[in-house]
Design a protein around this ligand. Sequence first.
Ligand SMILES: O=c1nc[nH]c2c1ncn2[C@H]1C[C@H](O)[C@@H](COP(=O)(O)OP(=O)(O)OP(=O)(O)O)O1
Ligand SMILES: [Mg+2]
Length: 198
Amino acid sequence: MKEIIIATKNKGKVKDFEQLFKTKGFVVKSLLDYPEITDVEETGETFAENAKLKSQQISTLFNRIVIADDSGLSIDALNGEPGIYSARYAGEEKNDGSNIEKVLDRLEGVPQDKRTARFHCALSVTVPNQETYVVEGTCEGVITTKPEGKNGFGYDPIFYIPEQNKTMAELSSEEKNKISHRANALKKLQVTINDLFN
Ligand SMILES: O=c1nc[nH]c2c1ncn2[C@H]1C[C@H](O)[C@@H](COP(=O)(O)OP(=O)(O)OP(=O)(O)O)O1
Ligand SMILES: [Mg+2]
């Protein structure tokens, strides 16, 4: 079985990638399998820069092909916030519940038609001593006024998708991974990944 390393310790992302790679015949490894590895500092100014920092540093460490994901939520009424700061929006300890609370507080009184938002995902693949490829995907939605749904992670419970008439957290893992920012980014990497592993 082919093995792909994802440079993340985010359990929700790992679950998404397991679902996304299942059908492609890959086993997913992540940094959850290597707890001794410390987090790469996200000092970039864009999702793409941060994804690149993570895939390059972890690829150097393993001397293997590594994929990294840098993602987040961009809310129009908040001028694109929390953006690249999504994970730490409410503090360094990265708490999904507090992050959601902060978003809902900031959007208090904002009417539904002004609550548009999108998830962004930058995926970066580094091949040791060769190239780094970066692609991006998005997914459009509307921020709810209260959390709905128990699936997924992060901001999923407040991200409503009009086409599905559900929040991202009300979708099954299979449904989410057909339409998500992560799925849309990965589609653009498909040819590259096939070339690298075949
Ligand atoms: O599908 C998603 N559904 C809901 N929320 C999401 C999603 N995708 C990203 N997000 C949010 C979670 C976190 O607040 C931030 C990612 O931050 P990001 O730095 O990329 O990830 P992280 O620090 O949790 O793990 P790591 O850097 O080790 O991959 O965006
Ligand atoms: Mg991070």
